[in-house]
Design a binder for this molecule. Structure first.
Ligand code: PLP
Length: 421
């Protein structure tokens, strides 16, 4: 019997049924037939330490004995309080207030509303959002509006609002990006720059230098424009530091976190804001209230998982593991330097990228799905973004696991070149 499930980002005409996963274990997914598949992309970048980290699982079990969902407009609870204090401690200085939601998209939506609310409550007319070319911030109407326009959102275009875009800083062309932001900020209409720090993820794992982020930050500060750092993907160690912003010495006005906030165990998100932004919403005038909520805000079980994740970061050598993965990637990426048909090789932290020179068809070409199938057969979950093959493994991954993934990538590229896929 066919399943009634409609899966995300899945063309069911080409993939009528999907394999079931029976269990997860460390860096591996275990298919129903018992086959172990390396989760080389951390299940859409959420699993940081590995599947089912024992401390996080234990915290969830404990929390289940006390809580389920609790309305968060009327009450608070320890897991949310403990987590908020922990997040403020680890975030760049000045981000003193924590607003909870439940996905990366909602974390960004909340950030956009905070930015506009701040200027609105101060009686200022600033409502334009600046984004970077090739960005991705989610799939809700608001976050799609701020992301790259193209095949993914063409049908919904009439619902999307306009934003201002600065070019991605290709090497040698950084000044154009800076000049574009400067020009836009001078208009006096800009409320915020929304940006993925150091790596544009779904837009093709495009990497830019920390120095540029610092320069962009300087421009926003000069023009009293808010900086929203979307660290939904880059946060929790992916780029080599806990947060990517750290590498640029940048403290944003608003910080969006999700994915690895619970180590990937449960859905949760947090949007951190400065006291200035919080104060702009604090008034005896009730119209200045921050009007946002969702039913499952600050779910206690998810918050308890996130508190345990903070303990893992405190008590285990997570950054050492990440540094080891970075070195292993560097050594293994070298094999592609002499390969033909490669447009670019790049890496940062636990993210390694091999960009193929062909095809130009982007996401709609059948190269990605062909490679994906080949990689799965070889025992690794790797989902190329069009012609961009990347790895983003959980931090428990071993050298042997990485060898499996890299061998699969090399062989897949060879087979593709020979027309054998
Ligand atoms: N922002 C960034 C940078 C992301 O990479 C993603 C998802 O990949 C999102 C936002 C949206 O997160 P979610 O899929 O949890 O809504």
């Amino acid at each position: 019997m066919t399943s009634p499930i409609w899966h995300p980002f899945t063309q069911h005409a080409l993939e009528p049924t999907l394999q079931k996963i029976a269990a997860t274990d460390g860096a591996y997914l275990i298919e129903e037939n018992g086959r172990r598949v390396l989760d080389a992309i951390s299940s859409w970048w959420v699993i940081t330490h590995g599947h089912r980290h024992p401390l996080i699982m234990q915290a969830i079990r404990h929390a289940l004995d006390r809580y389920d969902q609790i309305i968060f407009a009327e009450y608070s609870h320890d897991p949310a309080e403990d987590l908020a204090r922990g997040l403020v401690k680890l975030a760049p200085a000045g981000l003193n207030h924590v607003f909870y939601s439940d996905s990366g998209s909602t974390a960004v939506e909340v950030a956009l509303k905070m930015a506009l609310g701040t200027f609105h409550n101060r009686g200022l007319k600033r409502s334009r959002i600046v984004v970077m070319e090739h960005s991705y911030h989610g799939d809700t109407i608001g976050t799609m509006s701020t992301g790259e326009r193209g095949v993914f959102n063409a049908a919904y275009e009439p619902l999307l609002f306009g934003v201002d875009t600065i070019p991605f800083p290709d090497p040698g062309e950084e000044q154009q990006t800076l000049d574009a932001l400067e020009r836009l900020c001078r208009s006096g209409q800009t409320a915020a720059l929304l940006i993925e720090p150091l790596v544009l993820g779904a837009g093709g794992m495009k990497i830019y230098a920390p120095q540029l982020l610092a320069q962009l930050r300087e421009i926003t500060k000069r023009h009293d424009v808010l900086l929203i750092a979307d660290e939904v993907m880059t946060g929790w160690g992916r780029t080599g530091t806990l947060l990517a912003c750290e590498q640029a010495g940048v403290a944003p006005d608003i910080l969006c976190l999700s994915k690895g906030i619970t180590g990937g165990a449960l859905p949760l998100a947090a949007t951190l804001a400065t006291s200035e932004i919080f104060e702009a919403h604090c008034s005896t005038d009730r119209r200045k209230t921050f009007f946002h909520s969702s039913s499952y805000t600050a779910n206690p079980i998810a918050c308890a998982a996130a508190v345990a994740n903070l303990d893992v970061w405190r008590n285990e050598p997570v950054l050492d593991r990440i540094a080891t993965i970075e070195t292993l990637h560097r050594e293994r990426l070298r094999r592609f330097e002499s390969s033909s048909g490669i447009a670019d090789i790049r890496q940062i932290g636990t993210i390694a990228v091999v960009e193929l020179a062909v095809p130009a068809g982007g996401y709609l070409s059948d190269v990605g799905p062909k490679l994906r199938r080949f990689f799965r057969e070889r025992g690794a979950l790797i989902r190329p973004l069009g012609n961009v093959i990347y790895l983003m493994p959980p931090y428990c991954v071993t050298e042997a696991d990485l060898d499996l993934a890299y061998d699969a990538i090399s062989d897949g590229i060879d087979q593709l070149a020979r027309g054998a896929l």
